[in-house]
Design a binder for this molecule. Structure first.
Ligand SMILES: [Zn+2]
Ligand SMILES: [Zn+2]
Length: 83
C-alpha cells in the first residue's frame, strides 16, 4: 500500500464516519455497492425542508420531522418538503 492509498483511505473514513451515527455497517456496504457516493448521500440528507427548515435527516422514514438534538420540532411538520 502506498502512502497515497493510506491517505485516500483515511479521507474516505473521515467522510463516512460522519454518516455512521444513523447508519449500520450493513447499510454502508449497500451504499458502496450502489451508484450513490457518500457525498451524494450527504447532500441529499442536507436538503432543507420548506415547512420547518430542518434538514431531511431530521425527518423519519414517513417524512415526519423529529426535531434536532432532543428538541422536538415545533412546526408540526409531518411531511418533508424539499425547499
Ligand atoms: Zn422540523
Ligand atoms: Zn420538515
Amino acid at each position: 500500500m502506498s502512502i497515497f492509498d493510506v491517505t485516500l483511505h483515511m479521507i474516505k473514513f473521515k467522510v463516512t464516519s460522519r454518516l455512521m451515527f444513523f447508519m449500520t455497517s450493513k447499510t454502508q456496504v449497500k451504499i458502496e455497492k450502489s451508484e450513490l457516493s457518500t457525498g451524494e448521500l450527504i447532500s441529499y440528507f442536507r436538503e432543507k425542508c420548506s415547512i420547518c427548515a430542518h434538514h431531511r435527516i431530521m425527518h423519519n422514514d414517513l417524512g415526519k420531522c423529529e426535531g434536532v438534538m432532543n428538541k422536538p420540532c415545533t412546526s408540526g411538520c409531518d411531511k418533508f418538503n424539499a425547499e
